[in-house]
Design a protein around this ligand. Structure first.
Ligand code: EPZ
Length: 418
């Protein structure tokens, strides 16, 4: 296990290139199971991506990484079982279910289990796949999935626009017989990126004006290449890290249109933003202003994954901020760690009230989850004195070269073994 040692108080300034999106490449790696041969470019180096490689190789596929490009060959696929240790390695491995069932006509996967954000139910995934013709039996923590005859298209209305459930339906429906319509699907950019990858491979997918997804099943998908979109949450995180230090940063290889809900909040905090093509320039304020009300919502609303870094920024605001976490039921664990640094945060169910303080002080804090861990580092960058951020394996799930990137902007941060 490793930890970060951070000496706070330095303004971050400089330029940073943003890596490929974790939440795009993970479902796309699952989708490679539908194709004999795929090459994915701009694939970030993350432990969640490594966990996906392990699942693919465990199924008999060949995965070869060359720099930021990964080639997946699936002709040697010789299994349809994803064992518990691999399912537990990464919460979102449930997204492999739709692809394995579509490829093999059956799947045996361990229940994914909960995670730091609370129980992560998969009822929408399972009920949707059953509508497509999958029979699912639970047995001692494993899901035994079979398809009697073949997967058949269906009309599915999601009661909640679940990202993972939308992805599982897309992966199972691409080669099903007939049309699948998904009403109230997730509309995140990562869903569009997955659709683009599948369309390049020959899938017939159309996303309507109102977001409804129409899929006409095809017999086969064909070898293809794809470049993953930039990681909008990593971009939002580095913007918060710069803003909290009153610094200035130019982010490159970003898609500003994916951050339209984040920009107004950063501007409310007193940041000055300029976007041009694939770049975002931010100038942070001397001291952040308070955030009247930040509500996390499904895309295109404010992203839940940016809630914790934004909370960190609000900890030193010149007033009281209010955040409401509407997506996950337990996504404030980082707040307790922030209070160890002198933050004043009051939690009431989904509502967090943050009374800004002039300064945070360094402390030894523990990462509780991926984005919460990044938020602790964000706060430590502005804190007076030294902080120790432990259990940074959480951070390495979703941020490539996190400490190296922050150092390149002038932060005093080093990674040491615990
Ligand atoms: C994806 O998770 C992302 N992960 C999450 O990012 C992100 O926070 C989330 O979407 C929301 O945007 C990946 O893409 C790998 P959901 P997912 O299904 O698919 C409930 C990060 O930090 N729900 O949209 O799991 C669920 O409990 C991660 O990068 C059900 O009730 O999100 C949650 O409250 C964290 N039943 C809400 O819906 C289901 O069957 C949102 O879940 C599925 C979900």
């Amino acid at each position: 296990m490793s930890k970060f040692i951070i000496d706070g108080g330095r303004k971050l300034t400089g330029e940073l290139t943003i890596h490929g999106a974790k939440n795009s490449v993970l479902p796309i790696l699952a989708a490679t199971l539908l194709i004999d041969h795929s090459t994915i470019h701009n694939c970030p180096s993350l432990t969640d991506v490594d966990a996906s490689f392990n699942i693919l190789t465990n199924l008999g596929c060949q995965v070869v990484r060359e720099g930021n490009s990964v080639t997946v060959q699936t002709q040697g696929m010789n299994g349809c079982t994803i064992p518990e240790h691999l399912m537990r390695e990464m919460r979102s491995s449930i997204v492999f279910l739709g692809a394995v069932v579509a490829r093999c006509g059956k799947a045996v996967i361990s229940m994914p289990g909960g995670c730091e954000l609370g129980p992560r139910p998969i009822d929408l995934h399972l009920s949707s796949l059953e509508k497509l013709g999958v029979t699912i039996k639970e047995d001692h923590g494993y899901l035994n999935c079979t398809v009697e005859d073949k997967l058949r298209g269906a009309t599915i209305s999601l009661p909640f626009p679940s990202v993972g459930a939308t992805e599982n339906i897309m992966l199972a429906a691409c080669t099903a017989e007939g049309e699948t319509i998904i009403h109230n699907p997730a509309r995140e950019p990562e869903i569009v990126d997955l659709a683009n990858f599948l369309q390049r491979a020959g899938a017939r997918i159309h996303i309507g004006e109102n977001g409804t997804i129409y899929i006409q099943g095809v017999k086969k998908l064909y070898p293809t290449e794809h470049t993953v979109i930039p990681d909008r949450i990593a971009a939002a995180t580095y913007l918060c890290c710069t803003a909290i230090t009153g610094g200035e940063v130019l982010l490159k290889n970003v898609m500003p249109q994916h951050l339209t809900a984040v920009f107004p909040v950063l501007e409310e905090a007193g940041c000055r933003l300029r976007c041009a093509g694939g770049t975002i320039h931010l100038e942070g304020p001397q001291r952040p202003r308070p955030l009247r009300m930040v509500r996390t919502m499904p895309y295109p609303g404010f992203p839940t994954d940016a809630q914790s870094p934004m909370m960190a920024l609000s900890c030193i605001a010149s007033g009281t901020s209010v955040l409401v976490e509407n997506i996950f039921e337990n996504r404030y664990k980082h707040a307790y760690e922030l209070t160890r640094m002198g933050a004043r945060i009051h939690l009431e169910g989904r509502v967090a009230v943050v009374e800004g303080v002039p300064k945070l002080h360094g402390a030894r804090v523990v990462c509780t989850d991926l984005r919460g861990g990044a938020a602790l580092c964000c706060a430590a960058l502005a804190a007076e004195g030294q902080s120790e951020v432990t259990k940074i394996n959480h951070i390495e799930r979703g941020y490539q070269d996190f400490d190296k990137n922050l150092r390149s902007l002038g932060a005093i941060i080093k990674k040491v073994s615990e």
